[in-house]
Every structure is written in C-alpha cells, then in structure tokens.
Ligand binder design. Structure first.
Ligand code: MD3
Ligand code: FE
Length: 215
C-alpha cells in the first residue's frame, strides 16, 4: 500500500521539516478564541502597512508588529525598533493570548522557556509572496522562531543554509504552527504567491505571526 488514505487531509499533527524544525498541525486552533480579538486590537493600534526594502521595492506582504520590538524596513535598511515609525508610539504590547500560544508551541517542539519579545504580523492578499531569505536581524540565534498560519492556505518554501540549496515545498493551513531553531534557524525560506480563495473566518487573506526573541 502506498499514499495517504485521504490525500486532502489537513496537515498531520506533527511533521519534521529538519532536525530542529517541525510543523504542529492545527496547534493554534484551541487558542484562536483569545488570539483573534487580540489581533484586531493590535491592528487597530498599529495598522498593517507595505514596507519598502533597502533596494527600493515595496513588499507585497503588509506588516505590523506587537511586543517590545518590531521589525521594520526602509531605504536605510532592516532593523528592530521600539516605536512604530508610522505613529511614533511604542508597538502595541504583546497580548497574553499571543505569548501563551508561542510559549506552548515552542515547548511542544522541545524549546522550553521561549519568551518572545517581538511578533511580526504578515498579511498576504492573493498574489502576495515572500522571496527566499534568512532571518538574521535578531540578536541571538539560539532562541527558536515560532510561526502561526491563519486564513487561506499557502505553500511555504524551506531551503538550506545556502540560498541556492533546493527548497522543499510545505503546505500550511489555518491553525498550523511551525517551530524552527538550532541547526535549522538560519535556513532560507519563503512563501509562494498566495492563491485566490475565501477563508470562512478570515476571507481572502492569509495572516502569519512570527514570534521571535529579537533583543
Ligand atoms: C525558517 N514569514 O516573516 S514564517 C518572515 O509565512 C517569514 O509569513 C513567513 O519568513 C510567512 O520572516 C514564514 C516561517 C519562518 C520564520 C522564520 C524562519 C520560517 C523560518 C527562520 C528560519 C527558518
Ligand atoms: Fe523569514
């Protein structure tokens, strides 16, 4: 016998992507009652915006942040800041429901005691994509990164330490959480252009949170 019995099944509960990277299928679902209202409050205080890269390109993904530090980009470079450059005010506090989700997912993946100080919020409309890159603006690479996918499904690209390494394609669905650390922390990754669709709760978009220890 070969193949899955139900090839359309959602992501399985746990899928290893590397020695220290795994998908926790549906892990965020029990947290969403607390997470979704908190997300709305964060985005009311710090609206999503399209950042410009140092090379002068406007990103197709819209971004915001919560937590003590927020990731931002402009013509001068990429960096973490304490204040939202659009409002001049500190980024909204990390909601307790966000931190609980991130800490629980990290522990489930073998990273005990993960306390994020930054949460980057990415919003993909149909067609939006994220080209292959590494996350290396954080101060220490020992802490893992926890990523939460909500809304429309996406195809995640998981490459190697060199940009030219062949990337695996990983489908990510609403509620899936991915945890990356240790030897997998500096692997290249990206997201293929989002396909059009309508999600029952989130409509025509995908939201992704990446929790980091940035400072
Ligand atoms: C693998 N976001 O914001 S999260 C990003 O779906 C980013 O919005 C993607 O890449 C998204 O930087 C993917 C998954 C992710 C985050 C960090 C990683 C994967 C990673 C760090 C190392 C290896
Ligand atoms: Fe990234």
């Amino acid at each position: 016998m070969s193949g899955q019995l139900f090839p359309q099944d959602p992501t399985p509960r746990r899928l290893a992507l590397g020695p220290q990277a795994c998908v926790l299928g549906g892990f965020a679902l029990p947290h969403l009652g607390g997470v979704m209202p908190a997300l709305q409050a964060v985005l009311d205080a710090a609206p999503l915006r399209h950042l410009v890269t140092p090379g002068g390109f406007t990103m197709s993904v819209a971004m915001s942040n919560c937590g003590a530090l927020g990731w931002t980009s402009d013509r001068r470079g990429y960096r973490y800041t304490r204040d939202d450059p659009d409002s001049g005010r500190p980024w909204p506090d990390m909601p307790a429901a966000f931190e609980r989700l991130a800490t629980a997912a990290a522990a489930e993946a073998g990273f005990d005691g993960f306390v994020p100080d930054a949460c980057l919020i990415n919003r993909y409309a149909p067609g939006a994509r994220l080209s292959l890159h590494q996350d290396r603006d954080e101060r220490d690479f020992d802490a893992p990164i926890v990523s939460v996918s909500l809304g429309l499904p996406a195809t995640f690209l998981f490459g190697g330490l060199a940009r030219a390494d062949k990337a695996a394609r990983v489908p990510l669905a609403h509620g899936d959480v991915v945890v990356w650390g240790g030897v997998d922390r500096l692997r290249h990754h990206g997201v293929l252009p989002l396909k059009d669709g309508e999600h029952p709760q989130l409509g025509a978009q995908r939201i992704n949170f990446t929790f980091r220890k940035a400072g």
